[in-house]
Design a protein around this ligand. Sequence first.
Ligand code: DCP
Ligand code: MG
Length: 366
Amino acid sequence: QISEAEVALFSVSSYACQRRTTLDNHNSNLTDALSLLAENAELNNEDGRGVAFRRAAALMKALPTQVISMSQLRGLPCLGEHSLRVIKDVLENGVSSEVESTKQSKRYKALKILTGIFGVGAKTADRWIREGIYNLEQLRHSGQTLNRAQKSGLEHYDDLNEPVTKAEADAIGEIVQKAVDSVLTGSQVALTGGFRRGKLTGHDVDFLITHPEEGKEVGLMPKVVAWLESQGFLLYQKTTRNSYLESKDGPARPASNMDRFERCFSIFKLTKGKEQETASHKIWRAVRVDLVVSPISQFAFAVLGWTGSKLFERELRRWAGHEKNMSLSSHALFDNTQNKYLRATSEEEIFAYLGLEYIPPSERNA
Ligand code: DCP
Ligand code: MG
């Protein structure tokens, strides 16, 4: 037993964007449990519940030491009744009964398998489950019509569910840089997403492309894609146009948190190094790659918005709105009080406008 006096209390800010969250997590037993429940909620389109579990998990990730007793959690923000119950269960029994029963449930297993197909979201998976489809075998024999993305996703299922390594991300980065150099000299490529935060693996590779001269980036994406296609690097690609228009009256409220950059969702065909060749003798693997083109004037916002983590981004936007009366997106920062856009050429400047201490990418792993 630990006495009251021995209990180490933590003091933690309530917004994830005020905290430094590195990859070294002292409470993975707790964060794994909470993250699984968050994922399950998201797969069931229960967004509020999902965010609550994500916030609780993120808070536990930010603690400097391992939690061993419930009393240490007194006064901490972000921990609702449900999350506390899960934490208590794990601390007392080693596992959470709710997590265990979720993992075993037929519905959760099916949602995981089906949404593991690129191009399949929670809604589609739910519809299929209601039609009795629980796995890939049943899907293949169901006669369901799949769109182009889903067909590709199913075809490359195993590869796309295999984590991408940093070495693979770097190899793809070199190819993208070569593509960009071949179509417009002076263009810049930045690795964003989890790899920029220092993660060693990811589910995809995210790149942001720009050119130091404003306007030169227009029309870049189709050329880059055409070059990659001509060299045989693409197994699948779908490009969406830029639909962002800055208005004088401030940012129109976007329909979702999705930004409106010109974006290419792709599946790369990456030739493996000798060491990675497997028993199947397949000499290449499929990798999900996202390419985004940004004008230089929005680049700092785009880098910040695409570095993540998803929760860190959500919390930055919540902080901006609730605490600063500003609207932050991956395109711009609008001050609703002064009724004007705030320009920035670096992430540091954006944090400063928001009145936040600068948090480097490696500490945004909330
Ligand atoms: N992002 C976002 N909203 C979107 C799409 C992306 O906020 N609609 C941001 C946050 C993510 C980053 O872009 O961190 C990249 O998206 P990913 O889904 O690739 O997330 P990660 O790169 O962080 O994770 P992983 O390592 O699994 O790829
Ligand atoms: Mg990513």
